[in-house]
Design a binder for this molecule. Structure first.
Ligand code: TRP
Length: 328
């Protein structure tokens, strides 16, 4: 029997996860764990690139993220979950890889460029932040991952990872496979205001929100500005509630679009319906989350066990890498 292909997935611990995180990553991870052998990593060191002066929440947020992973159905027995900073080899490999890539190559990375623009860091970016994709490459290569599931914005980082693997193999010895990019199919889920769903924009629905909170949030969603009365013909295109409908209840979305266009379904009625659909979908996750919230020691054990499994692989790869470099 051939060995199951391995994936390495990572997420920064930004706190409780929202529907955008679920659709853009987590849902896919849950599916992939059946066909791949998966390692799931909390990228806490990556948080330092944008919030080095505010580290006090990172540890708690890492725990929250793992609880959401468990609630969404990741199975720790099959797929270890670990914390990046608990496996020091990530830092060691990052250092070595950082010698194999030029500064202009990193400055060309479109995702880092966009972030620099958004944060006003074009001329002020830290050395570590510029090296964000190099640390990500270390995360992936340490586990000799065959594939990495990511959204479009992360694809440039996987490309850098592939280049670094090739370069290392060429300069030293062939140690690292070149990982494939597994692009998440679903386009980004819009936030309640129509922009990208993001915690910092306060336009999210959190996976742990109660039915009342979901209803309150969905009621604020952006729909069709051209529609004044519920009986006016509506335009589902560009309506956030309709986008959610397509994603979460595809079976009835065509009928809904027709009713909306004919002016038979008003926005308020549609929002109520959508709030119910979301609430039902999230109910099992809320339930599981409640269990883990009151059994945090269980979650700690899961992380400790994940760390142990991750460390075993990372140590062995790092021994090979040191050997290839004739160092250590
Ligand atoms: N950069 C990723 C993000 O912000 C998180 C991440 C860190 C990651 N290391 C990784 C993703 C390794 C995949 C593989 O979403």
């Amino acid at each position: 029997m051939t060995r199951k292909k391995r994936i390495l997935s990572g997420m920064r611990p930004t706190g409780r996860l929202h529907l955008g995180n679920y659709v853009g990553a987590l849902e896919n991870w849950v599916r992939l764990q059946k066909t791949y052998s998966s390692f799931h990593m909390v990228a806490d060191w990556h948080m330092l690139t944008t919030s080095v002066e505010n580290t006090c929440r990172i540890r708690d947020n890492s725990m929250e993220v793992v609880i959401d992973w468990l609630a969404a159905g990741l199975d720790p027995a099959e797929s270890p979950m670990f914390v990046q900073s608990h496996v020091r080899e990530h830092a060691e490999l990052h250092l070595i890889l950082s010698m194999l890539i030029t500064v202009p190559r990193l400055q060309r990375n479109p995702t880092v460029k966009e972030q620099a623009r958004d944060l006003g860091l074009e001329v002020n970016m830290s050395y570590g932040h510029l090296g964000y994709p190099v640390l990500q490459a270390a995360d992936i290569l340490l586990y000799k991952a065959d594939a990495v599931p990511v959204g479009e914005d992360q694809a440039p980082h996987v490309e850098i990872t592939r280049e670094l693997a090739r370069r290392f193999n060429q300069v030293f010895k062939p140690v690292f496979p070149e990982p494939e990019t597994l692009l998440t199919e679903f386009a980004r889920l819009p936030g309640l205001d129509g922009r990208k769903m993001s915690k910092s924009l306060d336009n999210t629905i959190t996976l742990s929100d109660s039915p009342e909170e979901i209803q309150k949030r969905v009621m604020q969603a952006y729909t069709d500005p051209a529609r004044i009365r519920a009986t006016d013909p509506g335009h589902p295109e560009g309506c956030v509630v309709y986008a959610y409908h397509q994603k979460f209840a595809p079976g009835t979305s065509a009928q809904t679009a027709e009713d909306c266009r004919k002016g038979c379904l008003g926005c308020v009625a549609h929002k109520k319906q959508m709030a119910q659909i979301l609430s039902d979908i999230l109910a099992p996750m809320r339930e599981k989350r409640r269990h883990f919230e009151s059994h945090r020691d269980e979650v700690m054990d899961i992380i400790r066990e994940g760390d142990r499994k991750a460390r075993a692989v990372a140590e062995s790869t790092m021994a090979e890498a040191r050997e290839a470099l004739c160092l250590g």
